[in-house]
Structures are given as structure tokens and as C-alpha cells.
Write a protein that binds this ligand. Structure first.
Ligand code: HSE
Length: 284
């Protein structure tokens, strides 16, 4: 039996749509062993059929390894599902890791190879990259169809809190509502902001972060899918000590603050939905 953890992640981080991602110590634990027949336990029944993403990731990795075999996996899930915290990327990376750990032998695949397989299955690399490498990552799909990522260290001056609602959203729906064409000025602002965002997250320069976080590609469209968004945004940003972003495609909202105790002051009792306030630590 092998036990390992794969973290929760926040993709996008405002202007870094399908590119930036952050990894947290919040993670799912997976216990795996070789077996004659696939068995997935510890999660919702709907994730245990053979077309589930864990199994797809396992089989894709076995194909690359040129190996045959199956597995038992027992999930200990702590990442909320369908909330924009990268639970599906965690499961996909875990499926790849299971094949690699159980059947890789002396020819184990590199992290980059796992990143390529997992990104292909997820369709975009921004959750998968931090789930594998930790920290802050900037990733892209190259013209030749392969994926590329670069890792940055997040400043310890910044503090992260997830606001997790009691409702879910579908990533598919949250992608469908985005426009097909953008205004040049919106594209230009968002590109420049995303570059400054990586600098702000590395340096901990909070003033830079406040200017860089503004996005014109997805947040203006997706906020309509998130009940209480405007109410929470006003509350979090009113004194200028914290910023609010949509985590991935939502509905979880990510607060980045200067003060490590900011999360203790968050009071959302007048919101329409129920929101859990969860302090996060960056996985280095
Ligand atoms: N970049 C993706 C999106 C992350 O925003 O649609 C969600 O999986």
C-alpha cells in the first residue's frame, strides 16, 4: 500500500485565465495498491465507474509506461468538489501517480511527463501544474500541443483564505458563458495585469497586487453565477487590506490579505448562501 497526497489548487488568480495557479496544503490523500480489478473507494459512487477521471488518468499513464495491470484506490477526500478548488485536477494527477508508483518500476515517468498526461486529460494546465509542482505556476499549451509550466515562490507576506459556499457551479457552464471575442483594450489590460500579478505574488507588494488583480476575461462574466459575489466583494475590499478573486471557475472566492488574521474578521452572516471561511497555507 502506498499513500500520497495531491493538493487543492486555485486556477486563474484574476487576470491569469487558464494560466496561473496556486497550490495549497489542503489536499486529498490517496492510498493505492496493485490489484487484479479496479476498485475505487472512499468517494461518491458517481466517481467510481470506469469512465471516471482517476481511471482515465491511470490508463493513459499505463499506456505511456507500456504496462498492464489494475489497482485499488481509497480516497480520503478533503478538497470540496465542484467548488473551483481543483478537486478534479487532484484526482487526475493521483490517477497518473498511481500508475507511475505501482507500475513505473525503474522507469518511472518524470514530473514533466505526468504534467503532460494530466494536462491533456484536464484540457488546460493551470490546476494540474501547481498540483504537481506546488507554489505558484504559470502554464501554457504550446503550438505543438505540449504543455509548459514555470514555478514561482509565493511571498510569505501574503495570506490566503477560501470562502467556500454551500452551492456548486459547473466548469463547463462557467466556460460556456465566456465571450468568443474580446475588445483589444480588455485583452491588453489583462495580459499586462497577469504579468504584474506574478510579480506581486512573488514580492508580496500589496499595492501592486491591488492594481494587477483586475481581470476582463472571465471574472466579469462569471461573477453572475456566484450568489452574494457583489456583497462579499464590497465587504472584503472596503478597507483596502484584502482583495477578492474567483478561485478557478468558482464558486469559491479567494481572499488575499496583508494580515494573517484577516480571516477572523470575515463575517458573512447576512449573505444569502452559507459560506465557510477556510484559512489556507501555500504548498511550497
Ligand atoms: N482555467 C479553468 C477555468 C479552471 O477557469 O475554466 C477551471 O478548471
Amino acid at each position: 500500500m502506498i499513500k500520497f497526497k495531491i493538493p487543492a489548487t486555485s486556477a486563474n488568480l484574476g487576470p491569469g485565465f487558464d494560466c496561473l495557479g496556486l497550490a495549497y496544503t489542503l489536499s486529498n490523500t490517496y492510498k493505492v495498491e496493485k490489484a487484479k480489478k479496479m476498485l475505487i473507494e472512499g468517494c461518491d459512487k458517481k466517481f467510481t465507474k470506469s469512465d471516471n477521471v482517476f481511471n482515465r488518468a491511470f490508463l493513459a499513464t499505463m499506456k505511456v509506461l507500456k504496462k498492464k495491470g489494475s489497482y485499488h484506490v481509497h480516497y480520503e477526500p478533503t478538497i470540496p468538489t465542484s467548488r473551483g478548488l481543483g478537486s478534479s485536477a487532484s484526482v487526475i494527477v493521483a490517477g497518473c501517480m498511481t500508475a507511475n508508483l505501482l507500475y513505473g518500476g525503474k522507469r518511472k515517468l518524470s514530473k514533466d511527463k505526468i504534467f503532460q498526461i494530466a494536462s491533456r486529460i484536464e484540457g488546460h494546465p493551470d490546476n494540474v501544474a501547481p498540483a504537481i509542482y506546488g507554489g505558484l505556476t504559470a502554464s501554457t499549451k504550446l503550438d505543438n500541443g505540449t504543455f509548459y509550466t514555470s514555478k514561482f515562490i509565493v511571498s510569505s507576506k501574503l495570506h490566503f483564505t477560501a470562502l467556500i459556499p454551500d452551492f456548486t457551479t459547473s466548469t463547463e457552464k462557467a466556460r460556456k458563458i465566456l465571450p468568443k471575442v474580446y475588445k483589444k483594450s480588455d485583452a491588453v489590460s489583462t495580459i499586462s495585469h497577469s504579468i504584474l500579478m506574478t510579480k506581486a505574488l512573488q514580492s508580496g507588494d500589496f499595492n501592486l497586487l491591488k492594481n494587477a488583480k483586475v481581470d476582463f476575461i472571465h471574472e466579469p462574466y462569471r461573477k453572475k453565477l456566484i450568489k452574494d459575489y457583489e456583497y462579499i466583494k464590497k465587504k472584503i475590499e472596503k478597507d483596502g487590506d484584502a482583495i477578492l478573486l474567483i478561485s478557478g471557475s468558482g464558486p469559491t472566492l479567494l481572499v488575499i490579505s496583508k494580515d494573517s488574521n484577516f480571516y477572523k474578521k470575515i463575517n458573512l452572516k447576512n449573505a444569502k448562501a452559507k459560506w465557510e471561511v477556510r484559512k489556507l497555507e501555500i504548498k511550497k
